[in-house]
Structures are given as C-alpha cells and as structure tokens.
Ligand binder design. Structure first.
Ligand code: CAA
Length: 380
C-alpha cells in the first residue's frame, strides 16, 4: 500500500526547510547568483537544522528522518535557492554513502563532520576530464604503499570541491573497467591535493564547481570505504539516491518558475485583460502544473521504495529524467509568459531558467537516465 500523505515528521522536516529557505535563502538568491558567493554561513545553519543529513541516523549527527522527508526538504530549498541546494544534496548523498559502506570507525569519525557543519559540506569526486557518463573508465589511481594509499590523477566538475572538508574520491586500484575501482575518503588539506579555479557557470552560480588534482597524495591505510574493487557499485548506489535529490531540486526550481509565471500573468494585461485569462497562457500553466505533479509523484515513488529498502534504480532514473526535463520546459514557458521582461535580470525567472539547465546534465545526463531505464525495461 503506497501513501503519499506525509507523516507528521516528514511535514516537520518540510516546514523546517521551507521556513529556512524563505527567511535565509530567498532574500540573497539573486545576489548570490550575481556575485557567485558560496553560501558558507547558510550551510552551517542548514547543518544545525539537520538538513545536511536528512536520512542520516541521529547517532551520526543526522536528522534521522527518511528519503520522503528528503524529497520534501530539497524541493523547498531549491524553490528559493537552487545553488545552495546542490551543496546540500551532494552532502546528503556523500554522508549516506559513508553510513552505508563505511566501517563503524569511519562512520563515527566522518559522518558527524560532514553533516554537522564542521566540514561545511562534502564533495563527490567521480568524474574526470575525459570521463563523465562512462564512469567506469576513470583513470585516477590509488596505489598501496607501506605508508597507506597514494592517489594520482585529476577530477573534474566537483561540486563544492573547494569548500568541502570531506571529499569522496574514486580511484583505480585494480584492472581496467568497473571492477577495478575503489572508493576513498579524503580530508581537505591533505598534502598532494590541489584545487583548480572555480568554473564560471551559466547557472547555479552560488555553487562552486572545481577541478581537483592529486599528486602523490598520501592517504591513511584506512581511507578506503568498504571493500577494494567495489567502488563502482558504491558510486552507483550513491547516485541512485542522488538522482532522487536532483529530481527534487528540479521540482523546486519548476515550482518557483510556475509561481513567478502565475503572479506575472495575473498582473500583466494585454488588450484590456490580464494575460492569465488568455487560453494560450492558461495552457502553458496547465502543462506546468501537470508536469510538476507527475514529477512529484515519480520522485516520491522512488523515495518510498528507497525507504522500504527495495530496488529503486529505475524509478530514481525516471524521476530524475522527467523532473529535470520538465523543469527546463516549465522555465522556458515561464520566461515566455514574462515576454521581454523575463529575458532581463530584473525578473527571477531569468535565473531559474539558467539554474534548471544543469539538472539534465549532472548526476547522470538524461541520456544516461534513458540508458538505465531502457536496460531495465527491456530486461524485463
Ligand atoms: N546499483 C548497484 N550496482 C550497480 C548499479 C546500481 N544502480 N548500476 C550498475 N551496478 C553494478 C552492476 O551490477 C555491475 O556489477 P557487477 O560487475 O558486480 O556485475 C557493475 O556495477 C557495472 O555495471 P554496468 O555494466 O551497468 O556499468 P556500465 O559501465 O555499463 O555503466 C552507467 C553504467 C549507468 C552508464 C554508469 O556508468 C553511470 O551511471 N554513468 C553516469 C555517471 C554519473 O551519473 N556521474 C555523475 C557524476 S557525480 C555528480 O554529478 C555529482 C555532483 O557533483 C552534482
């Protein structure tokens, strides 16, 4: 039996996220976009509220809630500031990964730092300059020595990589292909780790995105997460959950765009009547409302399956694919409803349009989501 009625606890998490986002994120979202200011203080406050580890057990510093509460919280945050939200989402994903595959000592040492504000946030370093979609072909190496593990290689597109106190890094410890990869926990400031200059991006400008370079970067012997050779599977498990997060982020952006479109359409008049009365505009709004509900239901289904510890790879891919593509369509129409004003920085919809764009790219492109869904559907 599936229920989409949030529990009291899930509603409380949602309300906490909404109140914080309206009070602390929305007023500075436009300025953050303009100045590319990283939300350091906001992330610390989000950690205090438990939102950096929504589904992380309280024993490790999280809110001890569940994946449905996570969807609700992330979409509320993204409705106000999608840039801040991606740092939150990646931290939740990384912390859940350490909870799931780490030793008890690793959980106790790293997770409270990751979700409690001490590390500010966490980063997820899988992609490399030459490989994003084909993650199994990554070239960074980790070599075992008498002193520990030595990392060499380069990572690309690392969200919050210059601010994260803890970085999860994938490296090759064995043969070519997915079975030769292992996962490592790296602390910021480890000698041999250097951070590239932040990318100047089209959207999510308050989120920093950097390259990382590892040059004979020595990690302690116990830096490996779980078993050697299981890194690829661990990354995929993390990304299944991560895709629910990006679907929720896209949902939040889409809702914000629809809100903006409706309020503008009620104010703006053509030929003596508000454009909200025009069928052409109402159809765009009807399409947006329908797609938002469909995206929410797909995302909640994936989250419910995750909460019930059932397989949800396909459902998370469907949610991410649909929500991210819908958010882009909805932002396009919302900007169209604003006419020329929507093309200026005076109107929020211009930022939402740019922020939505990356949701079909990161944590697996739409093409990769279709590949995952296609394999599963054909396999059935
Ligand atoms: N859960 C658990 N295990 C999984 C899995 C899953 N969802 N998907 C695959 N695996 C396992 C397979 O069972 C297989 O295991 P065995 O070898 O033990 O049988 C192994 O992983 C290899 O699987 P595949 O043969 O399916 O692997 P593939 O090379 O064909 O790749 C892919 C599959 C789906 C294309 C994958 O490479 C992929 O998801 N690519 C996209 C990568 C991505 O999303 N990157 C995002 C970067 S992170 C980011 O953006 C974060 C940020 O900062 C915002």
């Amino acid at each position: 039996m599936v229920s989409f009625q949030p529990t009291e606890e899930q509603e409380l998490v949602q309300q906490t996220a909404r109140n914080f986002a309206l009070r602390e994120l929305l007023p500075r979202a436009a300025e953050r976009d303009k100045t590319e200011a990283f939300p350091l203080e906001e992330l610390k406050k989000l950690a205090e509220l438990g939102l950096m580890g929504v589904a992380v057990p309280e024993a490790y510093g999280g809110a001890g809630s569940d994946p449905v509460a996570y969807v609700l919280a992330i979409s509320e945050l993204a409705r106000c500031c999608a840039s801040t939200t991606v740092a939150v989402a990646v931290t939740n994903m990384a912390a859940e990964l350490v909870c799931r595959f780490g030793s008890e000592a690793q959980r106790q040492h790293y997770v409270p730092k990751m979700v409690g504000g001490e590390a500010i946030c966490a980063a997820f370093a899988l992609s490399e300059p030459q490989c994003g979609s084909d993650a199994a072909s990554l070239a960074t190496t980790a070599t075992k020595t008498a002193d520990g593990w030595v990392l060499n290689g380069a990572k690309q597109w690392i969200t919050s990589g210059d601010h994260a106190g803890v970085i999860i890094v994938w490296a090759r410890t064995g043969e070519i292909g997915s079975s030769g990869l292992s996962t490592f926990i790296v602390e910021a400031g480890t000698p041999g780790l250097s951070i590239g200059k932040p990318e100047e991006k089209m959207g999510l400008r308050g989120s920093s995105t950097v390259a990382l370079t590892f040059e004979d970067c020595l990690l302690p012997e116990d830096a490996m997460l779980g078993d050697p050779g299981r890194g690829f599977q661990q990354a995929m498990v993390a990304l299944d959950g991560g895709r629910i997060g990006i679907a929720s982020q896209a949902l939040g952006i889409a809702r914000a765009a629809l809100d903006e479109a409706i309020s503008y359409a009620k104010e703006r008049k053509t030929f003596g009547r508000p454009i909200a009365d025009r069928q052409a505009i109402q159809w765009m709004i009807a399409n947006a409302g329908t797609q938002i509900d469909a995206a929410l239901l797909l995302t909640l289904r994936a989250a419910l399956l995750k909460a019930q510890q059932q397989p949800f790879t396909r459902e998370a891919a469907m949610a991410k694919l649909f929500a991210s593509e819908a958010a882009n369509r909805i932002c396009y129409d919302a900007l169209q409803i604003h006419g020329g004003y929507g093309y200026t920085k005076d109107f929020v919809v211009e930022r939402l349009y740019r922020d939505a764009r990356v949701t079909t790219i990161y944590e697996g492109t739409s093409e990769i989501q279709r590949l995952v869904i296609g394999r599963s559907v054909v396999g059935q």
